[in-house]
Design a protein around this ligand. Structure first.
Ligand SMILES: [Zn+2]
Ligand SMILES: [Zn+2]
Length: 185
């Protein structure tokens, strides 16, 4: 079964089934909004299993996507591949049998189904993806960073500067390195 974006699952039927009943869905190309300044660079693919529990449902999801970011060394735009897993219980807001509103104050932090018994997996996914954002992402493991003289990205395309262009502080550092090598011989 394929669920429509944006990852909202109607579960009134599942809530009428005995505990242990499962529903499985494939997720193909779903898009959601992320908190803060984050955005998806790729749509979300993955799978979700929703299991009826005595009190509500248990959600097991594995989602793969990529978020947009910036290399922390050379500052170019990159896509950061991200896989998150969600293992979380979600409880109804209304009693499935009587329709009466359930007290939510006892467990204020637990995920809740909507008043129409829908699971908003997108909200759980947005939270998990934001938490998984790396603090200092790199475009490649050995990103050479930026040239301190011209500000361009170092690497094969960067042309070395003439000696006299080098910052005097760097020149001093180079001289020091040469001296150091001399001493070790
Ligand atoms: Zn980089
Ligand atoms: Zn340069």
């Amino acid at each position: 079964m394929t669920a429509p974006a944006p990852l909202v699952y109607p579960l009134a039927g599942l809530l009428g089934e005995p505990a242990g009943t499962e529903r499985r869905y494939d997720i193909n190309g779903a898009t959601i909004a992320l908190p803060d300044d984050l955005h998806l660079a790729e749509p979300i693919d993955g799978t979700v299993r929703i299991t009826r529990t005595n009190r509500g449902v248990y959600v097991d999801a594995k989602l793969s996507t990529a978020i947009g970011g910036q290399c922390s060394r050379c500052l170019r735009d990159i896509e950061i591949p991200t896989t998150v897993e969600i293992h979380e219980e979600a409880l109804p807001s209304l009693d499935p049998l009587t329709g009466h509103r359930l007290a939510t104050s006892v467990e204020p932090d637990v995920a809740r189904l909507s008043d129409h018994h829908e699971l908003d997996l997108g909200a759980l996914a947005a939270e998990a993806i934001a938490l998984g954002e790396p603090i200092a992402p790199l475009c490649e493991l050995d990103c050479p960073g930026l040239c301190v003289t011209c500000g361009a990205r170092l690497g094969p395309d960067h042309v070395a500067h003439e000696e006299d262009e080098i910052d005097p502080r760097l020149a001093a550092l180079q001289a020091f390195r040469v001296d150091g090598e001399g001493e070790s011989e």
